[in-house]
Design a protein around this ligand. Sequence first.
Ligand SMILES: Nc1ncnc2c1ncn2[C@@H]1O[C@H](COP(=O)(O)OP(=O)(O)O)[C@@H](O)[C@H]1O
Ligand SMILES: [Mg+2]
Length: 262
Amino acid sequence: MPAMLEVKALRHRFGTGPGAHTAVEDLSFTVEAGELACLVGHSGCGKSTLLRCVAGLTRPTGGTIRLHGTEVDGVPPELAVVFQDYGRSLFPWLTVAGNVEFPLRSAGLDRRERASRARQALDWVGLADAHRRFPWQLSGGMQQRVAIARALASRPALLLMDEPFASVDAQTRFELEDLLRRVRREQDTTILLVTHDIDESVYLGDRVLVLSSSPASIVADLTVDLPAERDQITTRESAEFVALRGEVARLLRHRAVVGEAS
Ligand SMILES: Nc1ncnc2c1ncn2[C@@H]1O[C@H](COP(=O)(O)OP(=O)(O)O)[C@@H](O)[C@H]1O
Ligand SMILES: [Mg+2]
């Protein structure tokens, strides 16, 4: 059976001629159904470019992306994306429920089905009571939970997340990380998440794919051998966690030094 997601020899270059910039180079990996895979890399290394290519929002200049064996050409309907900037991703004139239902219209679901899916998705993220409120009445962390509910409501085969917790305070980030791991377990969602935060990649992931500095390619594919049940305090203190974050940090530092020298 083909992998859920297969990225092969991906390359993306912005512009042409002397001003051209290669953001992604010879990048390959696969994600299997049910996995939560984290891609970690320095700011500016090409993470968003890579994710936009996978989402079909940017057409790569080379390589192939296959979802269930079918080449991605345009935005695949079985895919949902959560961006870092929740403030701009929600419509201020729609209620929380309206925002979550919005993408379901184009999926051709009738009004009742849309409302029931939205209620269920808001329940998953602990916002069942906030459905009538407007985004601007909510905290940043709650707004990002709405964005996650909106992505989950379409029941995507693959959920892509681009630094989804980078704009919230540390305590809220911990809550959202635990929420993501719980929802993912309960709904059996496949997730590909990019972050610049080493600790976050290890805490969240079943796998951590380490990216080189610009242009991005994969330098290591590490299995996270931590228990499925994780805890923000005890997991982060465990010897396995500390060893793994050290390994990722060393890989990133080494790559940054090599990148500067070349
Ligand atoms: N539309 C664009 N045109 C030209 N260069 C771009 C564009 N988008 C991103 N870049 C460049 O590509 C590199 C990777 O950017 P990006 O994928 O946003 O990195 P990251 O998400 O890892 O911070 C950066 O050097 C950035 O300046
Ligand atoms: Mg980015």
